[in-house]
Write a protein that binds this ligand. Sequence first.
Ligand code: CP
Ligand code: NVA
Length: 312
Amino acid sequence: MLSFQIMTIRHYLQFNDLSCEDYAHLFGRMQRIKDKFKRYVAYQPLVDRTLAMVFEKASTRTRVSFEAGMYQMGGSVINLTTGDSQLGRAEPIEDTARVISRMVDLVMIRTFEQTRIETFAANSRVPVINGLTNEYHPCQILADIFTYIEQRGSIEGATVAWIGDSNNVCNTWLQAAETLNFTVHVSTPPGYEVEPERAGLVDAQHYREFANPMAACRGADLVTTDVWTSMGFEAENESRQKDFAAWRVSDRLMAAAKPTALFMHCLPAHRGEEVDASVIDGPQSVVWDEAENRLHAQKALMEFLVLGRIHD
Ligand code: CP
Ligand code: NVA
């Protein structure tokens, strides 16, 4: 009789799917994998493994970092979009998950409602990674915190100022603050405040809300923001342009933070809207390292979800 070991499947659907201890392991792996990449040392633990990517929204960084990362680790990639798959012709997400997950080793999805990726994961035989939903963007904050650690050391006890929309990226910072024990100062326009339940928060201990963006930046170790109108919310663009006009990260706002404060933005950015060019293109900005680190962070994540904890 054939016997085989069933590995427990772990999905990465939101930041708090992993523990503080898991993250300690992952940040170490990111550094190791990045060092190899920089020294042109091949590292191919995922030979013969396949990643399927499903994009129901546009992407540059997520697509390139997952695709390049999987090839660099020896595996291969299949890219699907709503338009070129049966998802666009109303095949149920449950059926899509059952079929795709019988053929590949790992799935990354970028979609709309979080419930959609949860339904996919509930019907999947292989790990599922959230490549952005309306509610969360965990891979982004994985790379952002790795970038912070590279620049400044542990993020525990630090203060992050979030200026702008309480969107998927903001929600993920808030979950990360609970998991890794730091504080987020959030400043949103009225009507766009944090919704703790939607953000999936346990309590309100790790963030403070500020009506004034400058007050939120005061004493911060990191200032970060994102577009005023996220994908899927385009119908609100006109009203958001007015509502968010005072929530632009400027040199004045950066001056309220610590002199050593970093600036991050997940990108794509709109200079002159949520951030001034002098900030994003200025000396405190680490946005290009942040974008590059998507590659290294997600390689460590894929290794972890497919193979478990590797120490080499
Ligand atoms: N930051 C980010 O996820 O970028 P893309 O939308 O280009 O993937
Ligand atoms: N909040 C943005 C992030 C893009 C990477 C969006 O969802 O469109």
